[in-house]
Design a protein around this ligand. Structure first.
Ligand SMILES: [Zn+2]
Length: 125
């Protein structure tokens, strides 16, 4: 097996069609059709509730090795870059998981906080 980049297979994603956070799965047929995969590849996920697909750049996705491991939360700072699947520690909202991205200016992450619910936070400032 090569050392190709492969994002995590199952994610909690914000599905804009369901308008809630749903389990999503990597479309492996597209991810593994022989192309060389890297952080710059595009990966397709489908919502397990409505089957609609969402595409993300590898630059926005946590890597496969990181899933299943004991993950430590990253302290939130607007100047940092985050990946979908990352665990975040926020001063005010406490613990949350990155469930989506908003690639506007500035770039934003969508975080589902255990207690405070869904919030948009700035990244890459
Ligand atoms: Zn959905």
């Amino acid at each position: 097996m090569s050392s190709n980049y492969m994002p995590i297979e199952e994610l909690e994603l914000y599905c804009r069609f369901c308008d809630k956070i749903t389990p999503a799965q990597l479309n492996r047929s597209i991810a593994e059709n022989g192309r060389t995969l890297s952080r710059n590849s595009t990966f397709e996920y489908y919502c397990t509730k409505c089957s609609k697909t969402m595409c993300f750049s590898g630059n926005d996705l946590a890597e496969q090795e990181q899933s299943g491991e004991e993950v430590t939360a990253r302290v939130y700072s607007p100047s940092e870059h985050y990946f979908i699947g990352n665990l975040i520690q926020h001063k005010k909202f406490k613990k949350g998981v990155v469930v989506g991205k908003d690639n506007g200016t500035p770039s934003k992450i969508l975080v589902n906080f255990e207690k405070s619910g869904l919030k948009k936070l700035i990244q890459d400032l």
